[in-house]
Design a protein around this ligand. Structure first.
Ligand SMILES: [Zn+2]
Length: 367
């Protein structure tokens, strides 16, 4: 079945459905085993599958689970694409590489981050160079991630956040979001921590790209995310400035509603070490066109509160406790709307974006 049935209620179910769909499509998935295990002891792995001629010079790459729990969305979209047998419609010289659950630990443990509390979408920086600084985050670090998560602590820190924003004047709210979400490299137990070296997910994606995309001349990437923007709407966002060729190509492929984090039009703030930019850097030999496919869920304050609670839970609490289960349910709800209409919107918009990207790969526009 297609549509909402392509989505899953656990990482293991998603992996099984993906592998079944790949086999049914006549393909084979290659597994990249993660050293950790899931909360029930289940094996964790990133699975990659290729469709189309192996020598194809034009390739569309679909990546799910960069942000762990957001993999529910991307996995469902990928499985739906397979179940619809879209691979039968590929033009000549065109391949599709599907990367399922690039952050399987976060997916299985219902976390946006990976096994080391690292945000994989802030991890693609040059760790041999001075790391980006984020003075705003340093100011907010202890307010965002207190050592206790009682009602009193939440109320007190909410007041502190309001005070911090108020001290910045009219730009307080925007400055707050930039400081919190832009990425930081100083607080390993904090939010949006970019890590201290290349993560397992980054190394695995690098290996997959080197193996499958070495010959590619034109590459499109769709990286599936959730948690920002209007509920059910899939914003197609780029991390490139709107004057540049990468943005122009993305707009040609995906339409005029494409946004840019660099130009301030996206639901996401400009971030450091993002995966789209990291993917582009892995492909200096190819023309690169990549977007984040960002599907809205619940209002942003609820998403942030869920992330703060989850950071506290893994730094100071017990994920297996009753409180842990409650907080896990909340973070899951913040990134995955388990209704048929939401899943249907994801599947429909993803199908359109995949067809647009495959058609875009064949364009000879020179943009
Ligand atoms: Zn995300």
């Amino acid at each position: 079945m297609i549509g909402a049935d392509s989505f899953s209620s656990s990482y293991s179910e998603a992996r099984e459905k993906f592998q079944e769909a790949v086999v049914a499509a006549g393909g084979g998935a290659e597994s990249f085993k993660h050293p950790g295990s899931g909360p029930s002891g289940e094996e964790l792995a990133t699975d990659a599958a290729w469709f189309g001629p192996s020598e194809a010079s034009r390739v569309l790459v679909l990546i799910s689970g960069t942000h762990g729990v957001e993999g529910y969305c991307g996995s469902g979209a990928q499985i739906d694409w397979l179940r619809r047998e879209e691979f039968k419609l590929l033009p000549a010289d065109t391949g599709v590489l599907i990367i399922h659950a690039i952050n399987p630990h976060g997916f299985a443990w219902t976390r946006r981050v990976n096994e080391d509390n690292v945000d994989v979408n802030r991890n693609w920086v040059d760790f041999s160079a001075p790391l980006p600084s984020n003075p705003g985050y340093v100011e907010l670090a202890e307010i965002l991630c207190p050592t206790e998560w009682t009602v009193e602590a939440q109320e007190a820190t909410a007041r502190d956040i309001a005070t911090w924003q108020g001290s910045r004047g009219p730009r307080g709210a925007a400055d707050f979001r930039q400081a919190v979400t832009g990425g930081q490299y100083t607080h390993p137990l904090g939010l949006f921590f970019g890590g201290s070296g290349p993560s397992w997910s980054r190394r695995t994606q690098t290996a997959i790209f080197q193996k499958y995309l070495a010959r590619a001349k034109r590459v499109g990437v769709i990286d599936y995310h959730t948690g920002l923007g209007p509920c059910g709407y899939a914003e197609r966002l780029t991390v490139f400035p709107s004057e540049g060729p990468e943005f122009k190509r993305a707009s040609t492929w995906f339409g005029t509603a494409v946004t840019s984090t660099k130009s301030g039009t996206a639901a996401s703030k400009d971030v450091t070490g993002d995966s789209i930019g990291g993917s582009a850097a892995l492909l200096p030999h190819a023309e690169f066109t990549g977007i984040g496919f960002e599907v809205g869920t619940v209002p942003t304050p609820r998403v942030l509160q869920a992330l703060r609670a989850d950071a506290w839970l893994h730094a100071h609490g017990n994920p297996r406790s009753e409180q842990g289960r409650q907080l896990k349910a909340e973070i899951r709800a913040a990134f995955y709307c388990e209704t048929d209409w939401w899943k249907g919107m994801v599947a429909g918009q993803s199908l359109l974006s995949c067809r647009q990207a495959i058609a875009g790969l064949a364009l000879q526009t020179g943009v």
